[in-house]
Design a protein around this ligand. Structure first.
Ligand code: ADP
Ligand code: F6P
Length: 483
């Protein structure tokens, strides 16, 4: 059945994101596999879509021309095709060479190219059209992340009957940085097509509302934007989470416990296992983290006999120049550290550049004494929450960057400034040497926090605000005072 088939049932809930939860991979023998896509967006949205009936629109990860909608493991997926030029200009270019670094504190230099922008507009329109064709009358469409910021306004134009929400999974920059964008106004107007625009942190929502007031000239009051046509747009913070119960269940399962033991044995039962798990991305602070750790060994504060750092780095955006450079830098750094400090059978760093199944990730979280999460800037960082969810015995320590959204909630972690390498080293040592009673108190508090706010709560709180937001036209509902 094709999307335009009038007989095809339309969906009451439609998710739009750049990626589908599975990636189409063509094997060397020409056979096709669908593999789980990388990243936190898929981790968070998959359980939400399993709990709701709906359709998920996204890119298949390749350049195959139109693939038909299909059902994968119970999820209705609607693939959108990208040409190889669009992969270069829309995905690698504007999404990951312009917006990604700009929205992450310009930790790398964003590039501005007009042809990348043109491609972003074209691809956003294609996603909006797919959503317009898939959604039932008055359905809810939930658009996700920085690759899709024009979709809300385009979709509203095509289907004014829809309820439209947008959620940004990454940080939203302060006005001083956002202003660099030659297309700043168009992006803000694109987002304003939604009824609700959600962010990870309150500061991001405030940045957005302030920019709308300054750059587009709309009236605002607190988190509300008042458009000249009488429509209102509600902004707000909706910190994302994980399927805490599901992951804990997996972590408690016999095979995962067994595998965690095996991992420790394979590492020769060191006293301390430290763990880093990230997409191989320059925002994650992997380089400084490994350097800091190597200094602890070189200074004799830790030894390779006692400790090992397991760094799992998922391959990511491998054709983007800055990611290639990072990969080479990390490869070289790990080689140098192990060459200088390792002993036979005792590397300082056990480095894995690969993706793993959920069971293996849970086993790694179970095996690790200290989880080290050091992004220079991160919307949330689900890995930090995943570690906490897996520590059902309330042991283990979390070292966490204060520049990750997760630091707002996981206050009992050993919080660090990732730019301060000496401070980070001191916190790693503090975590390693902490009294087990102190660790248990911290972990219990963090476990309480995440179990009170899991991904189901995140989705339902967003969808609730969305369901209440749309009928409020400001002509009917004016605040007492507006700024
Ligand atoms: P981001 O969205 O920037 O990648 P998050 O920490 O929010 O960062 O989410 C990353 C997600 O990807 C987590 O669910 C994590 O468990 C998963 N993940 C990271 N590395 C791997 C890997 N090597 N294999 C499988 N899953 C991974
Ligand atoms: O929000 C984080 C995020 O950028 C998602 O949008 C994305 O799906 C994920 O990380 C992985 O990145 P990519 O889709 O570019 O491989």
């Amino acid at each position: 059945m094709t999307r335009s088939d009038p007989e095809q049932p339309k969906a009451e809930l439609v998710i739009v994101s750049n990626r589908l939860p599975v990636d189409r991979v063509v094997n060397p023998d020409g056979s096709i596999d669908w593999r789980r896509s990388p990243g936190g967006l898929v981790t968070a949205l998959e359980p939400v879509m399993r709990a709701n009936d709906g359709a998920w629109i996204g890119w298949s990860g390749g350049t195959d021309p139109d693939l038909e909608p299909f059902v994968d493991d119970g999820l209705s997926l609607v693939p959108v095709a990208l040409s190889s030029q669009e992969v270069e200009e829309f995905y690698e270019g504007f999404s990951n060479g312009t917006l990604w670094p700009l929205y992450h504190d310009v930790v790398a230099k964003p590039e501005f190219h007009r042809e990348w922008w043109d491609s972003y507009v074209t691809v956003n329109r294609r996603f909006a059209e797919a959503a317009a064709e898939t959604a039932a009358e008055s359905a809810t469409v939930w658009v996700h992340d920085y690759q899709m910021q024009l979709v809300p306004a385009m979709l509203r134009e095509m289907r004014p009957d829809l309820r439209i929400g947008f959620f940004l999974h990454i940080p939203f920059p302060p006005a001083e940085l956002f202003q660099q964008l030659p297309w700043r106004r168009q992006l803000l107007e694109g987002l304003l097509g939604a009824d609700v625009v959600g962010f990870q942190r309150p500061g991001a929502s405030q940045n957005f509302v302030r920019l709308v007031r300054q750059r587009v000239g709309h009236k605002t009051h607190r988190d509300m934007v008042y458009l000249p046509d009488g429509r209102t747009v509600q902004a707000g913070a909706f910190p994302i989470s994980i399927d805490v119960e599901g992951l804990e269940q997996l972590a408690r399962s016999e095979p995962v416990q067994q595998r965690a033991k095996e991992i420790r044995e394979q590492l020769d039962n060191p006293k301390y296992i430290l763990l880093g798990v990230d997409r191989l991305d320059y925002t994650k602070g992997i380089y400084a983290r490994l350097r800091g750790y190597s200094e602890l060994i070189a200074e004799g504060r830790l030894s390779v006999e006692d400790a090992v750092f397991v760094q799992v780095a998922t391959p990511s955006r491998e054709r983007v120049e800055q990611y290639r450079v990072l990969r080479d830098d990390i490869d070289r750094l790990v080689g140098r550290i192990n060459g200088d400090l390792g002993r036979i059978g005792r590397p300082a760093i056990s480095y894995l550049h690969s993706s793993y199944p959920r069971e293996e990730m849970a086993a790694l979280f179970r095996a690790a004494d200290v989880m080290v999460v050091t992004p220079l800037r991160d919307g949330m960082n689900l890995v930090a929450k995943e570690y906490v969810a897996c520590r059902y015995e309330s042991d283990g320590a979390l070292v966490l960057s204060e520049f990750a959204g997760a630091a707002d909630e996981l206050r009992q972690a050993f919080l660090i400034n990732p730019y301060d390498i000496n401070g980070m080293k001191a916190s790693i040592m503090q975590a390693i040497n902490a009294d087990p009673k102190d660790l248990s108190k911290r972990m219990k508090a963090m476990r309480k926090t995440i179990s009170e706010h899991d991904v189901k709560d995140w989705a339902s709180s967003f969808l609730k605000v969305l369901s209440e937001a749309r009928p409020m036209h400001h002509k009917q509902l004016r605040p007492a005072r507006r700024t």
